[in-house]
Design a protein around this ligand. Sequence first.
Ligand code: C2E
Ligand code: SIN
Ligand code: SIN
Ligand code: FE
Length: 354
Amino acid sequence: MRILLVDDNRTNLMFLSKLIEKIDGCEAVSFDDPAGALAQMPKLDFDIAVVDYQMPGYNGVEFLREINLFEKYQEKPYVMVTADRDLATRMACLDAGSIDFLTKPVIPLEFQARLRNLVALVDARNKLADKAEWLRMGIEKATEEIRSREEEIINRLSLAASYKDSDTALHTHRVANYSAAIAEAMGLSPDICSDIRLASPMHDIGKVGIRDAILLKRGKLTEQEYAEMQAHTTIGSDILNRSKSSLLRLAAEIAGSHHERWDGQGYPRRLSGEDIPVAGRIVAVADNFDALTTSRPYKEAWTVEKAVDHISSKAGTQFDPSCVAAFLFALPKIKEIKIKASEESLPTRFASCS
Ligand code: C2E
Ligand code: SIN
Ligand code: SIN
Ligand code: FE
């Protein structure tokens, strides 16, 4: 432990520094003038200060005030060595942060006993601070680990869904990026945008519960088949719901609401307007844009212009107008995402799983 010792009387300085060196684990850092000590202050890194009160230039109180300007020394214990028994002086020392006094002439046994107590105090403080820091780091690491496992589970669930259709992994990847771009353009917080990006790839996970005869049918679905297909929303929501993970609960909300319509004519619950969760309204636009601009077993791909016109024309009926406005605002970015996605093969985060 480093003990800062400041005393203009060199005999005293030598005497006290010898007493300090005799205490286990203590090292004296001595100065015979306060200005010299202050000049070195930024790199002194002492644990305890023992300061003479009567010094030329600065008295002990003025000296402590200077030390206290450094944040890292503010909590350090100071001992004032004073010949002055005057109560006002002692109060001023306490006010400046001194926690103990020694009266001159210093009695070696008393000096060492006091200092040992302070060393024990500093030790205990350091251990507490170390433990708190250790716990904090542990919690941070555990939280990161939980989050990354959640993301991994989500990616693997999305991958599982993709085995139903070769294009779906790319589809979900694009929808995730479109959705995040729309959410950003709507001014949602970065945390929510990032959650939407992570949760939206599972919007169609309920398709694992739909018969291939319907899912892969080349041609229009019958009314009965379409009704069956609509169950992919509630199946998806059932798969993901009631999780302790807020990300999975958001994914359940998206799966359950991405085919609702602003005018209440959607499925499965015929919710309307802002009763539809905002993430569902966002993914509805992103999912449609992607479905329209790519080919499906039952349809050819539309051009971007035709898809944009179609989506614009459905603002206020099928889609939330503010989501459509954000989609149009984010269109340059969305086009970029589309071009990039067509250049890539599978997104890298699926690569290790395949
Ligand atoms: P999906 O292929 O991912 O399409 C998602 C949504 O994009 C559709 O929801 C619809 O709102 C929109 N969409 C896709 N293609 C078109 C289109 O050509 N015109 C228009 N106006 N909108 C389009 P929807 O209709 O609720 O369908 C949900 C899912 O049901 C579709 O997902 C697809 O897997 C299946 N599906 C829908 N219609 C047919 C069909 O005629 N034949 C087959 N085989 N599957 C269909
Ligand atoms: C899906 O996301 O499962 C549907 C899309 C596709 O047929 O590519
Ligand atoms: C659901 O999570 O089951 C439905 C979500 C919604 O449509 O509000
Ligand atoms: Fe869907």
